[in-house]
Design a protein. Sequence first.
Length: 142
Amino acid sequence: MTKVLAFGTFDLLHAGHKFFLQKARELGDELVVVVARNKSVERIKGKLPLNDERQRLEAVRALKFVDRAVLGKELERRYEIVREIGPDIIALGYDQKPSEEKLRKELEKIGVEAEIVRLGAFNENEFKSSRLRKLSQAGAKG
């Protein structure tokens, strides 16, 4: 049984996120999704997500092609969850950090052997979280 791991913020869950997760699911028999903690998102992106981590987790859990969704660890311990899940494949979105090279080094440190697959974009100019966030905020002001 091939276990696939995908991770992200998944704020304002949109068609691009769903495309990414569906493609990740097609890579194996089970898809486990790690949803980033609020504090981790704030430290990485410089701002809190619009939706709380519990709301984002429940939105991802509700997707029929996601077998399991869990909250990630705090930023300093983010790779612990990878070791706990023990994936065969880690799926990365087209614009997702870290680089494959950095991720391979981190996997080596924790003793996880997993294939890393970078998936393509789905209509990236329309379904980009930062763009949708701006549109959402503009709509709230207007």
